[in-house]
Design a protein around this ligand. Structure first.
Ligand code: PLP
Length: 396
């Protein structure tokens, strides 16, 4: 059975060109990039080439890029590092209710140490109001962290506007761009960010590698101490094959943005139209337009998201019932809750996130299988039956 992978916001398959580049390095280029002899310098050159490429993609200088182990580490360094470096100046952070846990949990940890954190609300479509950022700023605010695109519903935040507000007040501004890097145009000056996080495995690169952009002059302290690698902010011998794979993957995806994004959008919208036609009692979660081109989060009433996932899995179709990191809990998604989606609706949410390997025939197959799966599951639901009965008696 051919697998249809529709969970590209959780992770992406490594593209062949990237795997090839990495295998070449694993086999033949094992030197430590901090050493002076030839094989060490070969590794250093490869790594610095990736740094140049990645910096170029976002309009940064090469010295402003440090390599990390991925999105979680970049977010943690940003939040703890800026908090630590600015403790004398203030103890207030502004973020949003819909951030990834890689941002929310460091903020919660800081609250236990006496920091105050404002978690800004979002509207029903998942958008943060930039004016609410301005209103939340106090003379103790040292950091604002707002994600670019949400991993669960895909809503894209007005980062440029928020950046202007942060810059006018000279407050350090961080954005988690893990889901948007190489999928939306990003220029660090245009966005007005001091810090920006990205991750390799969301863009057809390897897992366990990412980058943190740190604008020159940003006050930040390390979280780990060791050697002088990565400006001492991320000590430890660098993951050279991972970094090279990340650089290659980002370069390729960035060059395809103009064709890939409209292709994904077209398929995604056809999927939504098909679901709307074939399945009653559904709703779209996320902004109707201002949304990642690959992301479709749909709420199915009267059915549990997990049951749909398992039914689809029988046909080799992979999708998500929440963000991958939270799907092992029974709590409704914090993102949907913040958007005002009631728990009984949030429990029936499914995220389809398309990627470069998907084709129109994947959408055809899903549209063939999904309506039957939902109808079958609903046929076992007492609440659904009760609802139909009440509608029948109301009509009668
Ligand atoms: N931030 C966002 C928005 C994400 O979607 C993810 C991963 O799902 C992360 C951070 C964490 O990235 P990583 O898995 O590279 O640690």
């Amino acid at each position: 059975m051919a697998r249809i992978y529709l969970d590209n916001n959780a992770t992406t398959p490594v593209r062949p060109e990237v795997a090839e580049a990495m295998v070449g390095l694993l086999r033949g280029c094992y030197g430590n990039p901090s050493t002076l002899y030839c094989i060490g310098q070969e590794a250093h050159v490869e790594m610095e080439h990736a740094r140049d490429v990645l910096a170029g993609l976002i309009g940064a200088d090469r010295e402003e890029i440090i390599f990390t182990s991925g999105g979680t580490e970049g977010d943690n360094i940003s939040i703890f590092g800026v908090a630590k470096a600015n403790r004398k100046k203030g103890n207030h952070i502004i973020t949003t209710k819909i951030e990834h846990h890689a941002v929310l949990n460091p903020c919660k940890a800081l609250e236990k140490e006496g920091w105050e954190v404002t978690y800004l609300p979002v509207d029903r479509e998942g958008l943060v109001d930039p004016d609410s950022v301005g209103r939340a700023i106090t003379d103790k605010t040292v950091l604002i962290s707002v994600m670019h695109a949400n991993n669960e519903v895909g809503t894209i935040q007005p980062i440029e506007e928020i950046g202007k507000i942060a810059n006018a007040k000279k407050i350090t501004f961080h954005s988690d761009t893990v889901q948007s890097f190489c999928k939306l145009p990003i220029n660090v000056d245009k966005l007005g960010v001091n810090l920006l996080t990205a991750s390799g495995h969301k863009l057809y690169g390897p897992k366990g590698v990412g980058l943190l952009y740190i604008r020159k002059g940003t006050k930040i302290m390390p979280m780990m101490y060791g050697g002088h690698q990565e400006r001492s902010l991320r000590p430890g011998t660098e993951n050279v094959p991972g970094i090279v794979g990340f650089g290659r993957a980002a370069e390729l995806l960035h060059s395809e943005m103009g064709t890939e994004e409209p292709r994904l959008r077209k398929m995604r919208d056809r999927l939504w139209d098909g679901i709307k036609k074939a399945v009653p009692f559904i709703r779209l979660h996320g902004h109707p337009e201002n949304r990642l081109a690959n992301t479709l989060n749909v709420g199915f009433d009267f059915v549990e998201g997990e049951s749909i996932i398992l039914s689809l899995d029988e046909y080799g179709i992979c999708a998500a019932s929440g963000s991958a990191c939270t799907s092992d809990t029974l709590e409704p998604s914090h993102v949907l809750s913040a958007m005002g989606v009631p728990p009984e609706h949030a429990h029936g949410a499914i995220r389809f996130s398309l990627g470069r390997e998907n084709t129109e025939s994947d959408i055809d197959k899903l549209l063939e299988v999904l309506p039957k799966a939902v109808e079958n599951l609903r046929s076992f639901s007492p609440i659904y039956k009760e609802y139909l009965r009440s509608q029948g008696s109301a009509a009668g």
